[in-house]
Design a protein around this ligand. Structure first.
Ligand code: B12
Length: 232
């Protein structure tokens, strides 16, 4: 199998499990990417995750989703991405399991046209705020991945209204960052039900890729996980 085929095969195997290929890049020392094998630096890092709605619905059919044990999405991601990495002779890396955390957003910006949004989440020109990362596969081989097309300005730079910054009912988002405790406290109140059941109002108000927003099952799953991790 040639190198390009290796990436294509990874991409197809990931898609079969519901994971979207989120780009690949050749790491530089400043990217803090661990070695793919002991003593062998990573030549290519390929990222995988959710983009839009499809991935979550695949996860919702998995044994991890139904078994009632903690952290179902992380356990599903571990099983799926470790199998992809083993098949490709690479190493699986995950966004969770810290601190310390691997700098997935920094890696994402190397792999695709994603940029910081005022909410802290990175925005994608197609998926808007409705995308995330479930793992990465580090390969020793250096594979020339297609370079991402980069727009001159990010979707947020050309958004004058910035409705995301005024949609949070408790003002948890500001120039100073995301006030986690304020958000979590609100989610525990009756007034927080709209966010708990439908998803973060600030995220939902963004017009970019709005039709890719989480469906109600995904939104409620995400909010419950966030609330459980931050009991107010
Ligand atoms: C800790 C953490 C949190 C914390 C703190 C977040 C924070 N802003 O600091 C809490 C619990 C609050 C949180 C909440 C959420 N998170 Co969070 N979180 C993480 C986690 C696990 C680690 C972040 C970190 O410390 N990285 C370490 C540093 C060294 O890595 P880094 O890539 O350099 O990341 C930093 C830079 O991107 C930097 N940054 C921000 N703006 C800019 C601009 C420039 C120019 C540069 C260079 C860097 C930069 O901010 C990052 C630090 O947070 C990441 C996963 C991961 N491993 O990255 C997810 C992650 C960032 N979270 C994510 C998500 C989706 C959420 C939630 C929406 C989940 C939810 N519904 O509950 C909320 C939204 C919160 C918000 N608006 O910020 C996604 C973001 C995907 C995306 N589209 O960008 C990630 C990548 C997880 C994933 N599996 O995809 N999160």
């Amino acid at each position: 199998m040639n190198r390009q085929d290796c990436l294509e095969r990874l991409r197809e195997a990931a898609a079969a499990e519901g994971l979207a290929y989120r780009g690949a890049f050749a790491p530089r020392p400043t990217d803090s990417v661990p070695d793919a094998r002991p003593g062998q630096p990573t030549g290519t890092l390929a990222l995988f995750g959710f983009a839009g709605r499809d991935g979550f619905s695949r996860f919702a059919q998995s044994p991890e989703f139904a078994d009632g044990l903690p952290h179902p999405l992380d356990r599903w991601s571990r099983r799926v991405v470790e199998a992809l990495a083993a098949d490709a002779g690479g190493k699986a890396l995950f966004p969770f399991g810290g601190p310390p955390y691997h700098p997935f957003q920094r890696w994402a910006a190397r792999a695709e046209d994603v940029r910081p949004s005022p909410l802290g989440l990175f925005i994608h020109p197609v998926w808007g705020l409705w995308h995330s990362y479930r793992g990465a596969v580090a390969l020793v081989e250096r594979i020339k991945a297609p370079q991402p097309l980069r727009a001159a300005a990010s979707s947020c730079d050309v958004c004058a209204a910035k409705p995301c910054l005024s949609a949070c009912p408790v003002g948890a988002y500001s120039e100073a960052g995301f006030a986690v405790d304020r958000c979590a406290a609100h989610l525990g109140t009756p007034e927080g039900r709209a966010c708990m059941e439908g998803g973060c109002l600030a995220r939902r108000t963004c017009p970019v890729g709005a039709h890719h927003a989480h469906d109600p099952q995904h939104a409620a799953f995400t909010m419950r996980a966030f609330k459980a991790a931050h009991p107010a």
